[in-house]
Write a protein that binds this ligand. Structure first.
Ligand SMILES: Nc1ncnc2c1ncn2[C@@H]1O[C@H](COP(=O)(O)OP(=O)(O)OP(=O)(O)O)[C@@H](O)[C@H]1O
Ligand SMILES: [Mg+2]
Length: 647
């Protein structure tokens, strides 16, 4: 820095203060805020601030009379008052690791019978801030909410976000699940403030899908964001309401079914949405379909028997290809009357769906029922290759698994999902049902293990994949977060396999870090380290886990002090194993730790060790990082000339 052609000597902190204040010219910056910004992780009092401001003024020649740069506004803070001219265009902001928002699922090609309710909910969004579509499983809540989202998208400037809570098992991840659906990477311990900042910035519609199992934890958060972000609207779907203040409930009724009458004609039957859906789905799975006059009353009776529940109707339509309308009707008849003889009217809707699932499942050929059961170990959507790896075996080959999936799609037991790459998913109701079957047959352990092994291998490849650009990497690997979570929950659960859990944790560290999920990374590493105990082979996995734990503590709010001993142990193991990469990671972390503690001499010594260790690294960015650490250390030590050499 120069003044009128002569160099100025300003200490690192004083320079930071100047840069910060000059960045907000004319604004009075509160002293506490300034202390927080300049001494990010160390506790200092206002005395230190006064000292460095005085030093800065002295260096600038700010006499408090004619030449004014920084003024003290008593009781409020400091303000930069000199006039500023921009010497060079502003530096482009560093691109953040933005995860592309998970977009709204595609709209159904044809929605039947919901126009009125969609209109009502759409209009309701102008009046009510928080609405819940409530109804039993498979009735069509998600379909309605997604359609509303598309319809109102423009009014929200495209800021319509879909958050699927279906695959979430651990309610403590609610806020991070929302953040990642918004495309935000938030490293803070509590992501809520950052979420609020985003949501307060303008109108937005959040669709919270499948909330029934997280109601208790989600309710207070929804209430808070709705209260604090005035332009936000929340549309939730759930089998039960939140019972929250300010919540507006829309109960979704079954699709209207044709009445029971012998002389029902084709045209009349087809005016009822339940029958329209049935015919639509037949055409979808087996090509153009013409309903005959004899079949019309049969379709009416199928729809009524299935209580107008969309998913149940789809399941039945998936059978018509094999059994015809009459065959399907009589199969349903025998099945349903067998189960419910004499108490038909007393059967609640969710039992109708359970019976429809039973019926549908029992008719599957062995390879298909096995595939469906096994696929229930996936949390959320899955890729075809993953399905083939996890669900094949015991007499079903990988290609038979893929064939079974195709056939299960035509039977509406599996839905295609995802627009850019083909993925599949089980609707929640179907997944729960299929998982129940997997449990009944005692196969859960075997296939949960396969699932965990698959994702261990998958993330070991992800870690080694350094050529894929970050947004693409996050698109491919970030989509598997729910699967990693459920695999780890199984592995460290009562029936699991801790060794597999440890390996998966180590492999998935890159995922958490790239998604900025530091709190989760920290807790998962702690669990894995506890399971590792004193064993652990040559210490390599321990070193990986400790390094990840140390770094995630550094990033975690208020936890940075716990990082040092952990990174020191990482360094010891890296030295013992002569692992250059982890030696650098540990030294880097330890150096940052000393910056945070204001120990610039120690930081400089560590930067020196880093630079030595990086000297022969084939990766030039290591050498550059070494220089940067050294430059920062020297800057804080007040040696701006040497710092400039390393810059
Ligand atoms: N009005 C409709 N028109 C056409 N298809 C529909 C309609 N409603 C629902 N469906 C289809 O029926 C199936 C079940 O619907 P959806 O997933 O929306 O139910 P849900 O109430 O959200 O179920 P869950 O409680 O299990 O989440 C889906 O395959 C969906 O595409
Ligand atoms: Mg749903």
């Amino acid at each position: 820095m120069e003044k009128e052609g002569s160099p100025l000597h300003v200490g690192g902190r004083a320079l930071d203060i100047l840069i910060f204040l000059a960045g907000r010219p004319g604004e009075v910056v509160d002293k506490r805020e300034l202390v927080k910004r300049i001494w990010a992780d160390v506790n200092v009092d206002e005395g230190s601030l006064r000292f460095h401001v005085a030093a800065l003024r002295k260096a600038l020649g700010d006499t408090g009379k004619s030449a004014r740069y920084v003024v003290n506004v008593p009781g409020r803070g400091y303000c930069f008052v000199a006039s500023l001219a921009q010497a060079a265009p502003p530096v482009a902001p560093v691109p953040l690791d933005i995860v592309p928002p998970r977009s709204l699922p595609v709209q159904l090609a044809k929605m039947v019978g919901r126009e009125e309710v969609i209109e009502k909910i759409s209009n309701g969004l102008s009046l009510y801030r928080f609405m819940t579509v409530v109804g039993p499983g498979g009735i069509g809540k998600t379909a309605v909410a997604v359609t509303v989202g598309h319809r109102r998208s423009q009014d929200f400037g495209g800021r319509v976000f879909f958050v699927d809570f279906g695959p979430l098992r651990d309610a403590s991840h609610i806020a991070t699940t929302i953040a990642s659906a918004l495309g935000l990477t938030i490293s803070a311990e509590d992501p809520t403030p950052a979420l609020l900042t985003f949501l307060k910035a303008g109108p937005a519609l959040l669709i919270f899908d499948s909330c029934e199992h997280v109601l208790d934890n989600l309710a207070p958060l929804v209430e808070r964001i709705v209260r604090e972000a005035p332009q936000l609207r929340v549309l939730a779907t759930s089998r039960e309401s939140f019972r929250s203040e300010g919540e507006r409930i829309f109960r979704l009724f079954p699709l209207d079914c044709p009445p029971e009458r012998e002389d029902l004609g084709v045209d009349e039957v087809l005016t009822y949405p339940a029958a329209q859906l049935f015919i639509e789905r037949i055409a979808q799975s087996s090509g153009p379909f013409q309903l005959s006059a004899e079949e019309a009353p049969l379709v009416a009776s199928i729809c009524r028997r299935l209580d107008g529940i969309a998913l149940a109707i789809e399941l039945a339509a998936g059978r018509v290809n094999a059994y015809g309308i009459a065959g399907t009707a009589s199969l349903l008849d025998s099945r349903f009357s067998l189960q419910w003889r004499g108490r038909r009217t007393a059967v609640p809707r969710h039992q109708t769906l359970a019976a429809a699932l039973d019926w549908s499942y029992d008719l599957l050929p062995a390879a298909e029922s096995a595939t469906l059961r096994r696929l229930s170990v996936f949390a959320g959507p899955f890729a075809p290759e993953a399905a083939a790896t996890v669900a094949a075996g015991d007499g079903v080959s990988a290609s038979e698994t893929l064939e079974a999936i195709d056939s299960l799609v035509t039977k509406s037991l599996i839905s295609p999902s995802g627009s850019r790459t083909l993925r599949y998913r089980l609707l929640d109701t179907t997944r729960t049902y299929a998982h129940g079957k997997l449990n009944e047959l005692g196969e859960t352990r075997q296939f949960a293990r396969r699932h965990a092994e698959h994702f261990r291998d998958f993330f070991e490849r992800a870690e080694a994949d350094t050529s894929t650009p970050l947004p693409e990497w996050l698109h491919v690997y970030g989509a598997e977060l729910d699967n990693v979570r459920s695999a780890l929950d199984w592995a460290f659960g009562p029936d699991g396999d801790p060794a597999l859990g440890i390996a998966l944790t180590a492999a998935a560290v890159t995922l958490w870090v790239r998604l900025s999920l530091f709190a989760e990374c920290r807790e998962r590493c702690r669990t894995a380290l506890a399971a590792l105990g004193d064993s652990g082979g040559d210490g390599r996995v321990r070193m990986q886990l400790l390094s990840a734990l140390g770094w995630s503590l550094m990033y975690g709010e208020g936890r940075a002090r716990e990082a040092r001993p952990i990174l020191e142990t990482t360094l010891e193991i890296a030295d013992r194993l002569d692992d250059k990469d982890f030696r650098l990671r540990a030294l880097w972390g330890l150096c940052i730790d000393q910056f945070n503690n204001g120990q610039f001499g120690k930081a400089r010594a560590l930067a020196d060790r880093f630079a030595n260790a990086a000297a022969n690294s084939p990766d030039k960015s290591d050498v550059l990082l070494g220089d940067r650490l050294m430059a920062v250390a020297l800057h804080y030590l007040g040696d701006q000339n040497d710092a400039a050499v390393h810059r």
